[in-house]
Design a protein around this ligand. Sequence first.
Ligand SMILES: Nc1nc2c(c(=O)[nH]1)N[C@H]1C(S)=C(S)[C@@H](COP(=O)(O)OP(=O)(O)OC[C@H]3O[C@@H](n4cnc5c(=O)[nH]c(N)nc54)[C@H](O)[C@@H]3O)O[C@H]1N2
Ligand SMILES: Nc1nc2c(c(=O)[nH]1)N[C@H]1C(S)=C(S)[C@@H](COP(=O)(O)OP(=O)(O)OC[C@H]3O[C@@H](n4cnc5c(=O)[nH]c(N)nc54)[C@H](O)[C@@H]3O)O[C@H]1N2
Ligand SMILES: [Mo]
Length: 758
Amino acid sequence: MPPEADEPRVESPKRYAVGFPGIGHALQYAYEEMGPARGVRALGRMNQADGFDCPSCAWPDPSPDHRKTAEFCENGAKAVAWEATRKRVDAEFFAAHSIEQLRAMDDHELEWQGRLSEPMYLASDATHYAPIDWEDALQLLGERLRGLSDPNRAVFYTSGRASNEAAFAYQLLARRLGTNNLPDCSNMCHESSGAALSQTIGIGKGMVTLEDIENAAELIIIAGQNPGTNHPRMLTALEKAKKRGARIIAVNPLPEAGFTRFRNPQTPRGLVGPGTEIADRLLPIRVNGDLALFNGLNRVLLEREEAVPGGVFDHEFLDRYCDGLEAAKNHWRSLDWALIERLSGLTREQIEQTADEVISARSVIVCWAMGLTQHPNSVPTIREIVNFLLLRGNIGRPGAGPAPIRGHSNVQGDRTMGIWEKMPDSFLDALRDEFGFEPPREHGMDTVDSIRAMRDGKVDVFFALGGNFASATPDTAVTQAALAKCGLTAHVATKLNRSHVCHGREALLLPCLGRTERDVQAGGEQFVTVEDSMSMVHASRGRLLPPSANVRSEVAIVTGLAETMFGDDLGWRAMRDDYAVIRGHIERVVPGFHAYEDRVRQPGGFVLPRPPHDSRDFKTETGKARLTVNEPTATEVPDGCLLLQSVRSHDQFNTTVYGYDDRYRGIHGGRRVVFVNPFDLRSRGLADGEKVDLISVWKDGERRADGFRVVSYPTTKGCAAAYFPEVNVLVPLDSVAETSNTPASKSVAVRLERSAQQ
Ligand SMILES: Nc1nc2c(c(=O)[nH]1)N[C@H]1C(S)=C(S)[C@@H](COP(=O)(O)OP(=O)(O)OC[C@H]3O[C@@H](n4cnc5c(=O)[nH]c(N)nc54)[C@H](O)[C@@H]3O)O[C@H]1N2
Ligand SMILES: Nc1nc2c(c(=O)[nH]1)N[C@H]1C(S)=C(S)[C@@H](COP(=O)(O)OP(=O)(O)OC[C@H]3O[C@@H](n4cnc5c(=O)[nH]c(N)nc54)[C@H](O)[C@@H]3O)O[C@H]1N2
Ligand SMILES: [Mo]
C-alpha cells in the first residue's frame, strides 16, 4: 500500500541542504522502486555523456571532462526511481478500479500505482477503462481529430519532458491538422520570462553559462527560486562560485535551506563537514515585492551615478547598445521611497546596502524562477531586472547576465521546436518550405485560453503529450469541469494521474516510454535530444528495459497517429523508423541547428546561438537592448488577508508527489499545511497546530480549500505559503500575469478561518 497522508508532523526547519540524509533518501527510493540491480544501473547512467538526461529539472550538466561518476542529485534520483519502478498499471488494475474509485485517490496514490503498461479506452458513460489495441486507439483518436468541424476545436498540450524529436513531430501534427492550439506547461512557468526578455533583449532565453556562474560572476542574486529543492545541482555551482570569492544574495520570503548551508554530496568533506554557507545575505522580501525592490535598486544606482558621474553606469555600453535610458531615469527620479518600502517589505537601508554591493561587483548575474514569474506584474518585474543589468553593462560579458532557471528538463527545447501557440512567421515559413503544406497563421490558445474555451464548450478533443493538466492548472474546480466538457481527452503518459480520471466524454490513455528506457525502432536503437536552461543541446539515450512490450515511444505514437490521419504524406514513417530523419527536418527548419546530427553526437553536445551573450547583438524592434519604464506595483491584499504563494515541497516534482515529507522545512507525513509568520498568527488569535480553511478573495468571488494545519514559520509578515497543487483550487482562472497570461499562482490573497473540525 502507498504510505498515507495523515496529520502532518512539524519540527524545526533544516539549516543545511543535502549531506548524508539526502543521499540516504535518494538511495532508499531507488531501492524500493527499482530493486538494487536496476537502481545502480539506472543511476550510474544518469547525466553521463553516453547515458540519459536526468528527467527532473533543466539544470545544465558540467562539460564531459568534469562530470562525476554520480552526476545527479537526490531529486533526480527520485525522478528516475519513480519512472523505473517495477510496479505496473495494466488492464487488470483498471478492471479492479472504477473511475470513481480512482478519483478518490490523491495525487501521490495515483502515480504510486506504477507504470502504465498498455493502451486503455474509456467509452462514454463507462465506469472503467478497458484495454484497446494500439491500432484501434490511434484510429479512434485520428477519426475524432479528422471529424472536427474546425481544427481549432482541438487542443494539443505539451509538458516539458518531451524530447526535441517528439515535440517537433507533435507540433507538425497539430499544424498539419490546421491549428496553432499548442499550449504547454511553459505558459504556467517561464512565459513571463520569455515575454520580458524578448521585449528587452530580443530573445526569450537565459544569457548565462555554467562557467559564468562557477568561474566569473562576482555577485549572484537569486530571486524567487529555491535551488536546494528544485535545482539541487545548482548548489554545487554556487559552492564553486563562493569558494573563489563570489557573493550571493538570496531574495525570498522564505529562508530556504539551500541558502544557509550546503553539504556537497559529491565531495567526501561535503558529506560530513560543516558545509558551505551559500547566501551571504537573505533579503526577506514581501511576496510580489520584487518590482519595487528592483525599482529601488535602480534608483540608488542612478543616485550614486549622479553623485559621481561615470562611477556606476557603463556609459559606453549604454550609448552603443541600448535605448530608453532617459525615460527610465526620469521614472526612477520620481519614485517615492515610502511606496518602495511598503511594496517590497524591505527598508531603504537594505536596498541601498544591496546596491552598494552591486556597485562593487564587476559582474552580476540575476537568477530567478517561479517566485518571480507567477504574479500579475511578472513581466514588468523581469523587465526591471533587465534594466538593472543593463545599467552596468551586465550582459554579454563573462560572469554577467539574466538567468531564468527553467523547470522541466526539456521545456526550453520544446519551445525551440515550435511548441508555442504564437510561433513567428519565420518558423511557419520554414515549416512550409520543408514540408510543402501551408501551416495555419492565426495564433492559437495558450493554457488559460484553452481552459476558457473548454469551459465554453468550444473544444472537442484535448490531447496531451505528458503532464497533468487537471492538477497543474489554476482554478481546479473550473478546469476539471472544463475537461469534462470535451468530447475526447487523450493522454500520452508514463503514470496515472488526475488528468486521466477527470476526463472528457470519452478518454484514451496511451502509455509511453520514459527517458530512461531503451527505444528501438525499425531503424535500430534510437536516442533523443534535449536543450537545458543554458541553451546546451545534447543527446539522451535510455538504457533500461521498457515497462512492457506494449508501450510505445512518444515519437512513435505521434507519427503513428499522423499516419492514420494523413497517410504518409510528410514522411511520418521514416521519422518514426529513424529519429535522425526528424533531426534532419529540425536542422532545416530551426535556426542554430546546422550539422545537428554530427554536433549532437559529440560528448556534451553543442550550444545554440545566444546573440546578446555572444556578441551583444540585440534582435529587438530597434536593434538595441531596451530600457523600459515599469511602475512599481504589488498585488492588492484586502484588509485582514495574507498574500499566499504556492511552493513545491522537497518530495514532489510538480504534481508528481513522491511522498508526504518536506524535510528541509521540517514537515513530515502530510501536505495540507500553511506557513504563516508568528506575528500574523497572533494578530488573528491563531496558534501553531490549529486547522484553518483558506479562502481566496478576488474580484470575481471567493474560493475555499479546507483543513490546513497552521505552521508558525519565519516567512515575511503579511505573507503565507502552501503547497502546489493543493491550493490551485484557490487561484482564479482570470488572475493572470499581464502579457504572458501566466496564472498568478504566487499572488493569491487569502483569509484564514479556523476550521470547524480541529
Ligand atoms: N525536485 C523538484 N525539482 C523541480 C520541480 C519540482 O517540483 N521538484 N519543478 C521544476 C519546475 S517545472 C520548475 S518551474 C522549477 C521551479 O523552481 P522554483 O521556482 O524554485 O519552485 P517553487 O517551489 O515554486 O519556489 C518558488 C520560490 O520562490 C519564492 N517566492 C515565492 N514568491 C516570491 C516572490 O514574490 N518574490 C520572491 N523573491 N520570491 C518568491 C518561494 O519562497 C520559493 O523559494 O523547478 C523544477 N525542478
Ligand atoms: N499553484 C501552482 N501551480 C503551478 C505551479 C506553481 O508553482 N504553483 N507551477 C507551474 C509550473 S512551473 C509547471 S511547469 C506546471 C507543470 O505542469 P505539467 O507539466 O502539466 O505537470 P507535471 O506534474 O510535471 O506532469 C506530471 C505527469 O507527466 C507524466 N510524465 C512524466 N514523464 C513523462 C514522459 O516522459 N512522457 C510523458 N508523455 N509523460 C510523462 C506523468 O504521467 C506525470 O503524472 O505546473 C504549473 N502549476
Ligand atoms: Mo515549470
